[in-house]
Design a protein around this ligand. Structure first.
Ligand SMILES: *Cc1c(COP(=O)(O)O)cnc(C)c1O
Length: 466
C-alpha cells in the first residue's frame, strides 16, 4: 500500500514553518531566510521531499533509523497497541505486557551481567536518570560523597540540563550556566586533531590515563562514575585508538567507580555487534540506550543496569525518579517489533560480516582525495577529516566548520544527507543499506568533495592555519 498524504505547496509550508516552528540546534533567522527542506516520506534508505526529490539518507535520520524507513510491521504494532492499551503508567505497582516483553528482550540482548531496564523517552533524559541513579547508588552503599561524574570534552550526552552538563560541548555549556555541579571533563581520544607526534596507540593510553589522574586529583572517595560513548558520535565519529578502552576498563576496575557506556548511537547494531561494549570488550555498569532501540519509529530510551547496580538501587528504598512516559506501552510495542526485525533478519551480523566491511573499504578509498586526511569506519558509522594539508594533519585557516558546512551543502545538493561536525564529515546510514546504495552514496560523496574542493580553490580557501 502506498501512503499518500496531501500537503500544501512547499513555499507555503516553508512560510508557516518559519512563522511557528522553533527548530532544535538551529539559527532560526538564518533558516527562515533560506527556507526548510520539507521531508514528506521515506522508504528504506531514501527520503522524499515536498518537491518529490529523492535523497539518500546517510545519517539514518539522527543516527536512529537502523532498520530503515517504511516497515509496516512497526506501524501495525503501534496500531494494535493503541487499541489494546494506549497508555498506562508504571509508577504505582502496575505494569503491562509490552514493557515486560521489551525488558525481557533487552536483558537477553545486553551483556550477560546486565538484566534490568529503567525507561525514559530518549537519550537525554536517560542520562539524567543516570546522574541521579549513580549518586543514589553510592549513597545507598553508605558513600554519599561519591557524587562526581567524569566525562569528556567534545562528548555528546543529550541536551537537558543533565545531559548537556555531561556532554563536553562548550557552546552548549555557555547557554544556561552549565555544567551543573560535580561534573568534570577530561580530554577526548581524538588522535587526528590532538595526537601531536604520538602514535595513535601511545596517544590512546595517554588520554585514558587522564582518567586515572583525574580520579587521583579529586580523590576516589568523591568519584561516582565515568561516562563515555564507545565511539563519539555527534563529536564527529571519533573512533578511539585500540589502546584506549582496555586502559579505561582497567582504571575503572582498579578504582571504585562505575562505568556508564552511552550507547545511544552505538547500541543495536551500529558497530556490527548488538552493543559497542562487545566490539570494544568493555564491561559497563550502565548502558544508555535510545535511538536505534525503536529505530526512531517511537520516542523511547532508557538505562540498562548491571545486576549489582539494580540490586543496590532496589534495596535502597524508594528511588524518587521517573517519567510519565517511562515504559510507554506504544513505544515499547514498537521497540519490541524493531528488535524482532533486527534479530530475525540478521541485520547486525550483516553489518559486521558483509555491508560494514564492504562500505569501509570504499570509504577508505576517499583518502586519495586531496581534501581527505583520514577516513575511518567501524560497523556502519564513519567519518572523514577534511584538511588543506594531510601530511601535517593541518586545520584550515578559515574558521572551523566553514569548510565542513560547504561540504555538507554540496552533499545536500547531490541528494545525499551527510552531516558535518566542524570540518569532519560523518556518516551513519540505515543498517539495511544495500551494496548498490553504498556505491551510490560513495559516488555522491566523491562528487560533493570534488565540488567542495573546486569551490575552496576558487575562493582561495585551500589554506592551512599555522
Ligand atoms: C542523541 C544522543 C543522546 C540524546 O538522545 P535524545 O534522544 O536526543 O535525548 C545522548 N547520547 C548520545 C550518545 C546521543 O548520540
Amino acid at each position: 500500500m502506498n501512503v499518500r498524504v496531501n500537503h500544501p505547496p512547499t513555499k507555503e509550508m516553508q512560510a508557516l514553518d518559519a512563522a511557528h516552528h522553533m527548530h532544535p540546534f538551529t539559527d532560526g533567522d538564518a533558516l527562515a531566510e533560506r527556507g526548510v527542506r520539507v521531508i514528506t516520506g521515506a522508504k528504506g534508505v531514501m527520503l522524499t521531499d515536498s518537491e518529490g526529490v529523492q535523497i539518500l539518507d546517510g545519517m539514518a535520520g539522527l543516527w536512529c533509523c537502523n532498520i530503515g524507513y517504511g516497515r509496516r510491521e512497526l506501524a501495525d504494532a503501534a496500531h494494535q497497541q493503541m487499541q489494546q492499551l494506549p497508555y498506562y503508567n508504571t509508577f504505582f505497582m502496575t505494569s503491562h505486557p509490552p514493557v515486560i516483553a521489551l525488558s525481557t528482550k533487552i536483558a537477553e540482548l545486553a551483556p550477560d551481567h546486565m538484566n534490568h531496564v529503567f525507561y525514559a523517552s530518549g537519550g537525554s533524559d536517560a542520562n539524567d536518570t543516570n546522574i541521579r541513579l549513580v549518586r543514589h547508588y553510592w549513597a545507598a552503599k553508605g558513600k554519599p560523597d561519591k557524587t562526581v561524574i567524569i566525562s569528556r570534552k567534545n562528548a555528546y550526552h543529550g541536551s537537558t540540563m543533565g545531559g548537556a552538563s555531561l556532554g563536553g560541548m562548550k557552546p552548549m555549556h555557555k547557554q544556561g550556566g552549565l555544567p551543573i555541579p560535580d561534573i568534570v571533563h577530561i580530554d577526548q581520544p581524538n588522535w587526528w586533531a590532538e595526537g601531536g607526534d604520538l602514535s595513535p596507540e601511545e596517544f590512546g593510553l595517554e588520554r585514558a590515563r587522564q582518567l586515572e589522574a583525574k580520579i587521583a586529583e579529586l580523590g576516589e572517595n568523591r568519584v561516582a562514575a565515568f561516562i563515555a560513548e564507545p565511539v563519539q558520535g555527534a563529536g564527529g565519529v571519533i573512533i578511539p585508538p585500540d589502546s584506549y578502552w582496555p586502559e579505561i576498563q582497567r582504571i575503572c576496575d582498579a578504582h571504585e567507580i562505575l562505568l556508564i557506556a552511552d550507547e545511544v548511537i552505538t547500541g543495536f547494531g551500529r558497530t556490527g555487534r548488538m552493543f559497542a561494549s562487545e566490539t570494544y570488550g568493555i564491561r559497563p555498569d550502565i548502558i544508555t540506550i535510545a535511538k536505534g532501540l525503536s529505530s526512531g519509529y517511537a520516542p523511547i530510551g532508557g538505562s540498562i543496569l548491571s545486576d549489582e547496580v539494580a540490586q543496590t538501587i532496589n534495596a535502597g528504598g524508594e528511588f524518587y525518579h521517573g517519567y510519565t512516559y517511562s515504559g510507554h506501552p506504544v513505544a515499547c510495542a514498537v521497540a519490541l517489533e524493531n528488535l524482532r526485525i533486527l534479530v530475525e533478519e540478521g541485520i547486525v551480523d550483516r553489518v559486521r560480516e558483509d555491508i560494514g566491511p564492504y562500505m569501509a573499504e570504499l570509504w577508505r578509498t576517499l583518502t586519495d582525495h586531496p581534501l581527505v586526511g583520514e577516513a575511518k569506519m567501524v560497523g556502519l558509522m564513519g567519518s572523514i577529516a577534511l584538511t588543506p594539508d594531510k601530511t601535517r594533519r593541518a586545520k584550515f585557516a578559515a574558521e572551523e566548520g566553514k569548510v565542513g558546512l560547504r561540504c555538507r551543502e554540496r552533499c545536500f545538493a547531490n541528494n545525499l544527507v551527510m552531516r558535518h561536525v566542524g570540518d569532519r564529515m560523518v556518516i551513519a546510514p540505515p543498517l539495511v543499506i544495500t551494496r548498490h546504495e553504498v556505491d551510490i552514496l560513495i559516488e555522491r560523496a566523491r562528487r560533493a568533495l570534488d565540488e567542495t574542493y573546486d569551490g575552496l580553490k576558487a575562493d582561495g580557501m585551500l589554506v592551512a592555519a599555522d
